[in-house]
Design a binder for this molecule. Structure first.
Ligand SMILES: *[C@@H]1O[C@H](CO)[C@@H](O)[C@H](O)[C@H]1NC(C)=O
Ligand SMILES: *[C@@H]1O[C@H](CO)[C@@H](O)[C@H](O)[C@H]1NC(C)=O
Ligand SMILES: *[C@@H]1O[C@H](CO)[C@@H](O)[C@H](O)[C@H]1NC(C)=O
Ligand SMILES: *[C@@H]1O[C@H](CO)[C@@H](O)[C@H](O)[C@H]1NC(C)=O
Ligand SMILES: *[C@@H]1O[C@H](CO)[C@@H](O)[C@H](O)[C@H]1NC(C)=O
Ligand SMILES: *[C@@H]1O[C@H](CO)[C@@H](O)[C@H](O)[C@H]1NC(C)=O
Length: 398
């Protein structure tokens, strides 16, 4: 490890591991070079669609110029409705200029980010693309009675096959995307969670009127919910039954934070967070910490990771997490691991989260589970790899 050779190797590894992704696209930056799309660009940011576009691979953005945006804005839609309409302009597939003009059957259907919101029904989340006479390409929303509403103008930027940004002549019209959206305060939180993979948590919430009411009353003023997956809740059920009535309510409230925090805000805002369960000396807080791409929530008993987004629209965000959050006020704090040699960069007081793969399946751990896991990792070699990687990481942070 101390020959200059291995040091150089280390530096190289550090560079590879920690250099920001060179190929990541940034739609805001791409469009910023073209002032005629500045209004469209502005609204991609305001509606948080820009972040969604940057996160995805293989995507097509249909931009419109200021004049077309002015036409849309003159209709005085709410920001949520504008978001739905613009999300219809982002296809979850790559369509470069060439592909658009050479559609195999002369027509095709693209699914859009509007479809991905779960708010679109039937064909309304899809856009039909059709090759027309004279080298034109027409676009129409799936629920728009086949009337062509926009045509291809030009390619703005193509990074095959990651992102294609094209200009189209007009905003796509769609009755469903233009429909008034339910304001988040009218939204039924438990039915949203039930529909999107947090059914078991929604049921627990409905079993406690006090907890359910508290969540509901907080939506309007800003609320972020971390709902454990059904699998995590199933593994936790016996522990939950063991809690006192007050403990059950606190446990549920511990999964809500009374401020709106988008995914981006969580990524850039590490630190301690109070929850709906926080009351005076009963802190019921946890620490948000980024681990490269992942966002982790550390309670001193367990470390849970955000694995998905159910909704992220001010004032409400609901994220799926892979483990039930166990507050130290109700559960035994995980024993501190003996201090590792090179301090791990994400290391803090508790070390419930052994690095390495295959750890996200198990639920909140007892020390017996930990040993079994560790042994397993030892055997399959991943343990060794993760120790070496954390050593590298430790050195890179210096
Ligand atoms: C994208 O580019 C814009 C403008 O250059 C910048 O403000 C923003 O932080 C960038 N986003 C990411 C995720 O890099
Ligand atoms: C488009 O509109 C924005 C403001 O909405 C303005 O700053 C920009 O200069 C306009 N671009 C063109 C080409 O008119
Ligand atoms: C879109 O394409 C599908 C399949 O080709 C077709 O059934 C539907 O009628 C089309 N819708 C519109 C609005 O053109
Ligand atoms: C597309 O993304 C991949 C992976 O992020 C990258 O390797 C590739 O170079 C990108 N292509 C272009 C044209 O930017
Ligand atoms: C929300 O939906 C659930 C069913 O998922 C229902 O039991 C509950 O009463 C609804 N709450 C409100 C406030 O409408
Ligand atoms: C439930 O509580 C009892 C008594 O306090 C204890 O012996 C048992 O281990 C607990 N079970 C779980 C799953 O925590």
């Amino acid at each position: 490890m101390n020959s200059p050779h291995s040091f150089l190797l280390l530096l190289l590894l550090c560079f590879i591991l920690y250099s920001p992704s060179i190929h990541a696209h940034n739609i805001t930056r791409i469009l910023a070079k073209h002032p005629e799309f500045s209004s469209f660009n502005h609204y991609l940011s305001v509606t948080h669609l820009a972040g969604e576009i940057n996160r995805r691979r293989t995507i097509t953005v249909c931009a419109v110029d200021n004049a077309s945006m002015d036409e849309l804005l003159s209709k005085q839609y709410s920001i949520n409705t504008i978001k739905n309409i613009l999300s219809l302009h982002v296809f979850a597939d790559y369509f470069g200029s060439k592909k658009l003009h050479q559609l195999t059957k002369g027509t095709t259907t693209a699914s859009t980010l509007f479809q991905a919101t779960g708010e679109a029904t039937g064909t309304s989340g899809y856009v039909n693309i059709t090759d027309l006479k004279g080298g034109k390409v027409g676009f129409t929303a799936g629920d728009n009675d086949g009337e062509l509403t926009a045509t291809y103008v030009k390619s703005i930027q193509e990074l095959p096959y990651n992102i294609s940004v094209i200009q189209i002549s007009h905003i796509l019209t769609s009755p469903e995307a233009e429909a008034p959206t339910t304001s988040p305060s009218d939204l039924n939180l438990t039915s949203l969670m039930t529909k999107q993979g947090c059914k078991a948590f929604a049921e627990l919430l409905l079993s406690s009127k006090e907890a359910a009411d508290t969540f509901r009353q907080n939506v309007e003023g800003g609320l972020t919910v971390f709902c454990p997956t059904d699998k995590a809740i199933d593994a936790f059920r016996t522990k939950f039954k063991n809690l006192t009535a007050a403990g059950k309510v606190s446990l549920l409230l511990y999964h809500g934070v009374p401020v709106y925090q988008s995914l981006g805000m969580l990524k850039s805002n590490n630190g301690v967070m109070n929850t709906l369960a926080t009351e005076g000396a009963n802190k019921y807080d946890f620490t948000v910490q980024n681990d490269d791409e992942d966002i982790q929530l550390k309670t001193k008993v367990v470390t849970s990771t955000i694995t998905g987004t159910l909704i992220d629209e001010e004032p409400l965000a609901v994220f799926k997490v892979d483990k039930v959050l166990l507050p130290r006020e109700l559960f035994k704090v995980a024993k501190e691991a003996p201090a590792p040699k090179a301090e791990s960069p994400k290391g803090d007081d508790e070390e419930a989260d052994a690095p390495g793969p295959a750890s996200d399946e198990d639920d909140e751990e007892t020390s017996a589970d930990q040993t079994a896991n560790g042994a397993f990792r030892m055997i399959n070699g991943a343990w060794f790899v993760s120790v070496v990687l954390s050593l590298f990481a430790g050195i890179c942070m210096i």
